[in-house]
Write a protein of this length. Sequence first.
Length: 182
Amino acid sequence: MRKKIFFLFTGLIMACSVCAQTSEYRTESLSDINLRFELLADKWSPAQLKKTKSESTIYTYTRKLTEDKKTGQATLSVLVEHIKPSTSIKEYATKGLLFFQKQNGFTIKKTFVDSDGRFSIPYTIGYDAEYKDAKGAKHHLYILYTIEFNHGAQWLMDFPLEQYPLYEEEQSQIIRSLRYER
């Protein structure tokens, strides 16, 4: 009887690991900055592109988390813009954070760089932060600033704070998947 239970249990574990590995990822490539990353194909919307007057591009992806439209959606946005070649990553990130610092309840929980092991792209600074939206709902926010030649990218992943723990590993996987195409 113990052997049967052992084999059944082992079979279930193997089946679950195969199911977990079959999640389909798709690669998103942002050609104007040569940046790519992986998203769960059946969970995240295709990119919506918006060109600005200053010749910047905003890529926006959404992910439905629950049926509640107000608190049940995650957003991933990437602003790619031309920057002066002499701009340092510290200058770029400091300037970019000015907008967020004006947001209600904005706090940076942790700052990280490529040597911390959360991602591997150089010339990048990341922030683990929280804020409250206009309706008072709390959000978890990953903010990354990166520079590639004369382009900068502001990368934002925003989840309702109550949903963040359920999707923390997925968010970490997305960040770990960031790569420059060379």
